[in-house]
Ligand binder design. Structure first.
Ligand code: TXA
Ligand code: MG
Length: 320
C-alpha cells in the first residue's frame, strides 16, 4: 500500500502526521523504550491485516495492543486486582500483561488471533506516549522488523527491513531499553512469565505479592504460541557462537565486560542494562560484515541478563 515510506520527525508535526496516518488505516513505525513497534489501529481489520502482510508474519500469532494510559485497559480486558498491582508498579514501562478479553472490546479479531485474551502495554517512551495520546485509540504493534529477524532499535533498522512496505516511521533515535517487553500471562490461576525482559520475575513477584513463575520460553515471536518450545527468532543471517572467550578464524567476537572482543564490546564496564541497549544494534552491524560467525562473550544470567541470554539463545538456534 505504501511505495514510499515517510520519515517523520519526533516533533508535534511528525506526531500529528503519524496519528493521521493511523486514523486513515495506515502503518506507522514508532519508537518505544523497548524496540520500534509497527503500529496500526487495533480496531481496524484491514489496518491490522496490513501489519501481518508487511512483516510476513503468520496470522495465528497475536499482537500486543498499546495504550496511552493504564485506565484505558479496562475497556478492553478484565483487569484483575493482580493486574492492577502490576500495572500500578510497572506502567508506563516495558511490561505486557496478557488478560482475558472483555465483552464489547471492539478490537479486530486479527489482533488476538482469535484467542480469548489480549496482551496490553502502556509504553513509557515520550514519542510513543505522544503518538498514542494524539491518535486516541488502541494501537496494535509488533516489533517493526520482517518476521524472524532482529527487532529494530533505530529508525534506520526499521527502514532496512520495511522501507516501501509501511507508510511512515517516526525517527525518535535509539530505544533506551533495547529488548522487547517482559510478557506475563495473568489469564490463568497463577501469573506466568511468557517472555523475559527488562522487568524481572523477582520485581514482579515483589509487586504482585505472589510468585510469578515460568521460564519465559512459552511464546514465540513470530509463530503461534507453543509452550516450552524454543525456536529461532531475533536472528541475524550470520551464525552465532555463544559463551565465547576466544575468537576462531573468520569470526568476529562481540565482547562483554572483561572479554574485550575483536569487534566491539556490549559494555566494557560489564553493565547489563547498557549491554541490552546495545545488543540488537551490535548484531545488526556485525551481521553486515560477512563473517563466518559472530562469537559472543558470556553474559551473566541475572536481571536483564536473563532476557539478553534468552534472545541470544533464540538467535543461535540453527535454521530448521
Ligand atoms: O516490547 C515489545 O513488546 C514490542 C514493542 C513494540 O511494544 N512488541 C513486540 O511485539 O515485541 P511482538 O509481536 O514482536 O511480540 C509479541 C509477543 C509474541 O510472542 C506474541 O505471540 C505474544 O507477544 N502475544 C501477544 N498477544 C498474546 C496473547 N494474547 N497471549 C499470548 N501471547 C501473546
Ligand atoms: Mg517481534
Amino acid at each position: 500500500m505504501a511505495p514510499i515510506t515517510e520519515i517523520l520527525a519526533p516533533d508535534s508535526a511528525g506526531i500529528a502526521r503519524g496519528a493521521a496516518l493511523l486514523a486513515a488505516g495506515g502503518l506507522v513505525a514508532f519508537p518505544t523504550e523497548t524496540v520500534y513497534g509497527l503500529g496500526a489501529d487495533a480496531r481496524s481489520d484491514s489496518a491490522v491485516a496490513g501489519i501481518y502482510a508487511a512483516k510476513g508474519r503468520p496470522s495465528v500469532n497475536p499482537l500486543i495492543v498499546h495504550l496511552a494510559a493504564p485506565d484505558q485497559a479496562a475497556a478492553l480486558a478484565q483487569v484483575t486486582p493482580l493486574a492492577e498491582r502490576l500495572a500500578g508498579a510497572f506502567w508506563p514501562g516495558p511490561l505486557t500483561l496478557v488478560l482475558p478479553l472483555r465483552d464489547g472490546h471492539g478490537l479486530s479479531e486479527r489482533v488476538t488471533a482469535g484467542l480469548g485474551t489480549v496482551g496490553l502495554r502502556v509504553p513509557d517512551a515520550p514519542v510513543a506516549q505522544a503518538l498514542l495520546t494524539t491518535f486516541g485509540g488502541p494501537v496494535a504493534a509488533p516489533s517493526a522488523n520482517p518476521s524472524g529477524r532482529i527487532s529494530p532499535t533505530t529508525a534506520a533498522h526499521v527502514l532496512e527491513g520495511l522501507a516501501g512496505r509501511i507508510d511512515a516511521v517516526i525517527d525518535g533515535g535509539a530505544c533506551t531499553v533495547g529488548l522487547e517487553s517482559t510478557i506475563v500471562d495473568l489469564s490463568g490461576e497463577t501469573p506466568r512469565l511468557l517472555r523475559a525482559g527488562a522487568v524481572s520475575v523477582e520485581e514482579m513477584s515483589a509487586a504482585a505479592s505472589l510468585p510469578v513463575t515460568g521460564d519465559g520460553k512459552a511464546t514465540e515471536d513470530d509463530a503461534p504460541s507453543a509452550p516450552g518450545q524454543m525456536s529461532r527468532h531475533y536472528a541475524p543471517r550470520t551464525p552465532l557462537r555463544l559463551n565465547a572467550t576466544d575468537v576462531l578464524p573468520g569470526e568476529l567476537l562481540l565482547g562483554f565486560g572483561p572479554v574485550q572482543g575483536s569487534a566491539e564490546n556490549l559494555s566494557p564496564a560489564g553493565d547489563l542494562r547498557e549491554a541490552a541497549a546495545n545488543l540488537f544494534a551490535a548484531l545488526h552491524r556485525l551481521d553486515e560484515q560477512g563473517a563466518r560467525a559472530i562469537a559472543i562473550a558470556p553474559i551473566p544470567d541475572t536481571g536483564i541478563g536473563r532476557a539478553l541470554n534468552d534472545r541470544l539463545r533464540r538467535a543461535a538456534t540453527p535454521r530448521l
